[in-house]
Design a protein around this ligand. Sequence first.
Ligand SMILES: [Ca+2]
Ligand SMILES: [Ca+2]
Ligand SMILES: [Ca+2]
Ligand SMILES: [Ca+2]
Length: 332
Amino acid sequence: MNKFKYYFILIITCLSLFSCSKDDNSIEEVPLRDFGEQFATDKAAIEEYLETYYIDVEDPNFADNDVIIKKITNSDTQPSIMSYLNRSTFPKLLKKPVELHGITYELYYLVLREGVGESPCNVDEVLTAYKGDYLYRTVAKEAVPASGDTPAQPAVPSVLLASEFEKLIYPESFFSLNNVVTGWSEVFPEFKTGDTPVSNADGTVTYNNFGAGVMFLPSGLAYYNRVQGSIPSYSPLVFSFKLYAVKRSDFDNDGIPSYLEDINGDGNVYNDDTDGDGIPDFRDVDDDGDGFTTRSEITVNGVITPFNLIPDCNGNTTNPDRKKKHLDKNCR
Ligand SMILES: [Ca+2]
Ligand SMILES: [Ca+2]
Ligand SMILES: [Ca+2]
Ligand SMILES: [Ca+2]
């Protein structure tokens, strides 16, 4: 029996930085920081940011969900972002646990509006307008006593600041959530697109009622030790974003879109492995491991059966819970 399997080669990237020693020009390896310790540092910075910054709405009607985040100068009129935590109404700040690097990250994201259309799964493509900032702390200065003609210098505390590194207002191309920072693939599936886009006479497209929010990523869910453009290594990132459109992927080209290979329906396609061979269904061309490719199993006379017309074990095409029972070899 032939087994049709694709085996993927993992490209192991070197996770170490190298630097030159000034003394002898030898290469010195800089070890990666501990993920748990770095997350604790990033979490402190993110929570300070959430406590000390507020949302200044550019459009008071929230029609376009354009937000500018500013430092609080008057706590009576400027509620902190943290004050929206677990609120029953929008804006709503939520926390999502993410298991990665042997630790559990707490990922904060602010929902300005959920959207009314479809949600991407974590390997679909998204069309998004977004703005990105990285968080950093200024260096504290100790007080310097007066000396001779030099007057005394007061101590200057460290301050948490945000610096914009990227802004995309009119996106033209899609990003694969499988190919961006981990935080994006965790947060975008929590949002939906909007109404059907309206094409205008001048060639532009108008989007309405799309999902919009802000995500606050610890560096472990962003670039971690890597320097990315102007972003220093180990930077927490803040992205405000609007989800305009979703493009479905079919990674294994088996005729079933990746999001429909999310058998347990948690928005994550990496933890669904029907035959338990270590290759998740969305990358497994033979999901049930019976030696027949999924594509051949759902193709009749060269035409792939649409997912909603694939019968389950009982020949039923209307049972929404049938998932992929049709691929269970026990059915045949
Ligand atoms: Ca597929
Ligand atoms: Ca899943
Ligand atoms: Ca598998
Ligand atoms: Ca099969």
